[in-house]
Design a binder for this molecule. Structure first.
Ligand SMILES: NC(=O)c1ccc[n+]([C@@H]2O[C@H](COP(=O)([O-])OP(=O)(O)OC[C@H]3O[C@@H](n4cnc5c(N)ncnc54)[C@H](O)[C@@H]3O)[C@@H](O)[C@H]2O)c1
Ligand SMILES: [Zn+2]
Ligand SMILES: [Zn+2]
Length: 361
């Protein structure tokens, strides 16, 4: 039996999203049907709508979600109907070259549902990051469901499903931030603020927030920024150097993903420091750097997909820190909205009015 639900779809490049009828099949082998309770609006959803990720329209948007498993297909043993889960886009395969070397966080063959969800006319949908959760129900691979404590707020912990995990992990996993480090984070949206929180959890003592919007800088302090820099008014590289004894930060995280912010990150780090690119560039962006500077400054230039997280390891741990009051996930939820409001949530994101709008179902 298929399920008919309402879901948010980007039908064509650059067009406003629309609410469409979506046909969700019953779970087949290895799949799970999940009743969505909450799903955050991530900048990546907007990248999809604008054609920045691929041209595989129509996209079924939404991917930062928590919900309850409604049904599972044949052979599924890790989750069962009634389980409270955060959806992830890294259901590791256990068999690829990364998994076999004990590095499942880099899995090159992650699982998604095999069956297609479709529009009412049968057109197959491309679910954002293999999820598609701006809807009452979605179909995923069972491994995309990570069980967490059912006492936690769906709106808050659903954010671990993408942006907040990406930011936390950019600092804690990819950047390897440790006690006493200085860290600068460029771009203080949901991802950047999570990187700030992650740097704090990892023991950084100087945490510099950089943004072009004063309101964002004010919010960044709530997540643990010790200093703020408005890079529209001040040169970000000089300011970061000034705040770090003239040297630059040990770890600089670019949570915007543009050539100019990457260049700032590159020059604002100390010798032998680390740059982490977690913001997602678009296909036309290029960057030229003197190769001698790349060599001479040493250190590491890294990219962070999903904060190099392993959902089974990181989600329950972070939910526990949240419940202990050590990680304020609620502070990322700027507003709760309905499925009809996703397009206006993109506008608010653009105007810098929100960290996360979260659709509640
Ligand atoms: N790597 C991953 O796995 C992953 C996961 C989720 C999101 N992302 C990406 O992370 C990026 C941030 O996502 P978000 O949801 O936080 O977006 P957002 O739109 O909420 O935040 C972006 C922030 O960057 C600031 N900004 C814009 N241009 C700037 C500039 N030139 N200098 C300094 N600050 C600037 C904005 O004022 C805003 O505060 C996006 O590119 C998104 O696609 C990556
Ligand atoms: Zn694998
Ligand atoms: Zn996302």
């Amino acid at each position: 039996m298929a399920h008919e639900v309402r879901g948010v779809v980007a039908l064509a490049k650059g067009q406003p999203v629309s609410l469409e009828t979506i046909i969700v099949p019953d779970p087949g082998p290895g799949e799970a049907l999940v009743k969505i309770q909450a799903c955050g609006v991530c900048h990546t959803d907007l990248h999809y709508r604008e054609g920045g990720i691929s041209d595989d329209y129509p996209f079924f948007l939404g991917h930062e979600a928590a919900g309850v498993v409604e049904a599972v297909g044949e052979g599924v043993t890790d989750v069962a109907p009634g389980d409270f889960v955060v959806l992830n886009w890294r259901a590791v395969c256990g068999a690829c070259r990364a998994c076999l070397r004990g590095r499942p966080q880099y899995c090159f063959a992650t699982h998604n549902a095999k069956q297609k969800m479709t529009l009412a006319d049968g057109t197959a949908l491309s679910p954002a990051l293999g999820i598609g959760a701006f809807a009452e129900k979605t179909l995923v691979a069972a491994g995309q469901c990570t069980k967490v404590d059912p006492g936690a707020s769906p709106a808050a912990v659903g954010l671990l499903g993408c942006g907040v995990m990406a930011g936390l992990g950019a600092a804690m996993n990819t950047g390897g931030v440790t006690r006493g480090d200085s860290v600068a984070v460029i771009g203080c949206g949901g991802v950047g603020d999570a990187a700030i929180a992650g740097a704090g959890l990892a023991g950084a003592t100087t945490i510099i927030a950089v943004d072009v919007d004063d309101r964002k800088l004010e919010w960044a302090r709530r997540f643990g920024a010790t200093h703020t820099v408005n890079s529209r008014e001040t040169d970000a590289v000089e300011a970061i150097r000034d705040l770090t004894g003239g040297f630059g930060a040990d770890v600089v995280i670019d949570a915007v993903g543009r050539p100019e912010t990457y260049r700032q990150a590159f020059y604002a780090r100390d010798l032998a420091g680390t740059v982490v690119l977690v913001g997602v560039p678009t296909p036309e962006m290029t960057l030229e750097l003197p190769l001698l500077d790349v060599f001479g400054r040493g250190g590491a230039l890294k990219s962070s997909w999903y904060g190099d997280c392993l959902p089974s390891r990181d989600f329950p741990m972070l939910v526990s820190l949240y419940q202990q009051g050590r990680l304020d996930l609620d502070a990322f939820v700027s507003e709760t909205i309905t499925l009809d409001d996703v397009e206006s949530a993109f506008d608010k994101m653009h105007r810098g009015e929100v960290l996360r709008s979260v659709v509640i179902l």
